[in-house]
Design a protein around this ligand. Structure first.
Ligand SMILES: [Fe+2]
Length: 244
């Protein structure tokens, strides 16, 4: 004979389990929707920046706004963080990377290039500046000591730099560069850390190259006055050996 009380309890448990699963599914759907919407907004700002419709400062502000409304765990889920981490691995020096395959909700390709970075504890995204490109690193896991500098000038064997940012960043923090504001960045992983990088190149389609990267040696920088420093340029190998 079925015990009515036990039947109700069992039925109730089943109902509650079903409701929880439904709510979890709804949450996952809304989190994914929020991520897709954010990617659409980043793409919109990126197209505008490429077309000259908005300034680079506006692009940075737009991305700050978009990612301030996203939970980093939702970003990790959406980009399949564990798979990317396995795919990239951890480099002995410097960074390891993996491509992130995203597209717009309408299936069109993105105006920007998303890339996944892993950095082992004590390793670094070595100090470097850029030309004809901007980027924004969203920390997804771990902790970095981040330093950034304005790019005041580019010489054959050095960059003229001015320190602007010196702080610790953790999951959910977006750290973007401008051109020339905050253009040089240097991330030291205080623990194993990962970022999603939003990269926009070829800002000036008439420039001689789509983008350039200049590794520098800030520890050997010479003071020029007014907090401007002349930092020697380094090859990739020398930059990795000293800072990676
Ligand atoms: Fe960079």
């Amino acid at each position: 004979m079925i015990d009515r009380r036990n039947l109700l309890t069992a039925t109730g448990a089943t109902f509650l389990a079903g409701l929880a699963a439904h709510q979890a599914g709804a949450f996952e759907t809304s989190a994914r929707q929020a991520f897709d919407t954010a990617i659409g907004q980043v793409d919109h700002f990126s197209l505008q920046a490429l077309n000259g419709g908005i300034s680079i400062t506006n692009w940075r502000e737009g991305l700050d706004y978009v990612f301030s409304n996203l939970d980093p765990s939702d970003v990790r889920n959406a980009i399949e963080f564990d798979r990317l981490l396995n795919s990239a691995g951890i480099a002995e020096r410097g960074v390891a990377t993996a491509p992130v395959h995203l597209q717009l909700e309408n299936g069109e390709r993105l105006a920007f290039f998303p890339k996944f970075f892993t950095v082992g504890r004590g390793r670094a995204i070595i100090p470097h500046g850029h030309s004809n490109m901007i980027s924004a690193h969203l920390t997804l896991q771990g902790r970095f000591h981040l330093r950034q500098y304005d790019r005041i000038g580019i010489e054959d064997d050095a960059l003229l730099i001015r320190p602007t940012i010196d702080e610790v960043v953790t999951a959910g923090t977006l750290a973007s560069i401008g051109d020339p504001d905050d253009n040089i960045h240097w991330f030291i992983a205080e623990e194993q850390a990962c970022t999603l990088d939003i990269i926009l190149t070829n800002l000036d389609a008439s420039a001689s190259s789509a983008f350039d990267i200049f590794n520098i040696d800030p520890m050997e920088a010479a003071a020029l006055g007014q907090d401007i420093w002349r930092a020697p340029r380094l090859s990739v190998a020398d930059g990795l050996a000293k800072y990676g």
